[in-house]
Design a protein around this ligand. Structure first.
Ligand SMILES: NC(=O)c1ccc[n+]([C@@H]2O[C@H](COP(=O)([O-])OP(=O)(O)OC[C@H]3O[C@@H](n4cnc5c(N)ncnc54)[C@H](OP(=O)(O)O)[C@@H]3O)[C@@H](O)[C@H]2O)c1
Length: 254
């Protein structure tokens, strides 16, 4: 039997941590959207991406997660301004002419999160440390620039400007940057016992630790902050906001 069900989904590797399928299934049920499904597409290699749309004619769009938000770009026909601005794609839409267009909805998800975080810094904007230099980090960078927040990257290997390697991270830097943002997958399910190599003893109650991971709810990174009475937030608010924006993109006429 030929099915006309529209398919959406998530592309990445691994995918066992993701709450996106659950989020969309609940949304479809709640809003009585019954002609669609949301599926997982585990791709071991991004070169397999073009076959995904060829083999699944009902596939209308996908979300993109680790580690493909940047490497997917050469496989797309067009990029929206949001994706150009960030340099990473987390939403792909099949256009009416069959071409694939990339968007970035992570920045929309992050805006709500930063609106919340800044209420904890009413008198002076904090300086931020971004741990990791991948696709999500780029969206964080765009938002921090929009909010006029000074930041520095921390990376295992990148030598780009404004980037410090973990071994060169001094206590002084850690103390003076009150907003720490984990954009790495370190500590994500099923590797809940992993933690970034940082001196956590310097955390004060004035610090705010944001982890983009939402599974587990509290990573070791966040628990270190909690132990020192810092404010903490996980990535669930961002996940929900970027998922809603993804749906809006897929349903729009353009
Ligand atoms: N809540 C949400 O809605 C949401 C949205 C987007 C992403 N996320 C989460 O954010 C995380 C990153 O996603 P992404 O798409 O940006 O991934 P990505 O493009 O693969 O980038 C991850 C970055 O983390 C660093 N990294 C990777 N493995 C590491 C390790 N073992 N130790 C230290 N650093 C490591 C790397 O930076 P260096 O090489 O420079 O060290 C890498 O560029 C994932 O956990 C993802 O689930 C959440």
């Amino acid at each position: 039997m030929v099915t006309s069900k529209k398919i959406y989904g998530l592309v990445g590797y691994p995918l066992s941590h993701s709450f996106s399928p659950k989020y969309f299934q609940k949304k479809f049920q709640k809003e009585k959207i019954d002609d669609v499904s949301y599926e997982l597409f585990l791709l071991e290699n991004i070169n397999l991406f073009p076959n995904l749309f060829k083999n699944n004619p009902n596939l209308q769009g996908v979300n993109v997660t680790i580690p493909y938000k940047q490497t997917i770009i050469p496989f797309l026909d067009e990029l929206d301004e949001s994706a150009k601005k960030v340099g990473a794609v987390n939403v792909v839409k099949k256009l009416k002419n069959g071409q694939l267009k990339g968007y970035n909805s992570d920045i929309f998800g992050l805006q709500q999160t930063f609106d919340n975080i800044l209420t904890y810094f009413p008198t002076q904007k904090p300086k931020a440390l971004i741990f990791g230099t991948g696709g999500a980090a780029k969206a964080v960078e765009v938002c921090l620039n929009d909010y006029l927040i000074d930041f520095q990257y921390v990376s295992r290997q990148s030598t780009k400007e404004n980037c410090c390697q973990y071994e060169n991270l001094t206590n002084n830097i850690l103390e003076n940057h009150l907003l720490w943002i984990n954009t790495t997958p370190v500590g994500m399910y099923p590797h809940n016992n992993q933690c970034l190599p940082i001196v956590y003893d310097v955390i004060s109650p004035q610090h705010f630790l944001l982890d983009l991971i939402y599974n587990p709810e509290e990573t070791l990174f966040l628990l270190e902050g909690k132990k020192k009475n810092a404010n903490i937030q996980n990535g669930l608010q961002m996940l929900h906001a970027q998922a809603e924006k993804s749906w809006e993109i897929w349903q729009s006429n353009c």
